[in-house]
Design a protein. Structure first.
Length: 108
């Protein structure tokens, strides 16, 4: 029997707004898909998770250290955005799992 997934709580800063999102492991393909669906962000995630457009950039303000390493071509894409890459990730490269519980992020 499959265990029941625990809720994953994510605090999101978007401009002056603060949002508390709740999701479950595997509910969305990536953090980008969760943010796009729940916050109705325009011009966000334009390449739909390929990791090339850089429009899904987030800053991890408070989070699990396992989120600090880049995936595949992520570092190159972040550099191309011209933004300060400190603590930044492409949200499309972050799966929805327990590592996200309790994190605080800012949509760039
Ligand atoms: S959706 Fe394009 S880089 Fe993440």
């Amino acid at each position: 029997m499959r265990p029941i997934s625990q809720p994953i709580n994510i605090k999101v800063l978007l401009g002056d707004e603060e949002h508390d999102l709740v999701t479950y492991k595997g509910e969305y393909r990536s953090l980008m898909m969760l943010l796009f669906d729940k916050l109705y962000l325009e011009d966000f995630g334009e390449c739909k998770g390929v990791g090339r457009c850089g429009t899904c950039l987030i800053e991890i303000i408070d989070g699990n250290s396992s989120l600090e390493s880049y995936d595949r071509n992520e570092e190159t894409t972040i550099m191309r955005t011209g933004q300060d890459a400190t603590n930044c990730r492409l949200s499309c490269q972050i799966p929805i799992d327990d590592n996200l519980n309790g994190i605080k992020i800012r949509v760039k």
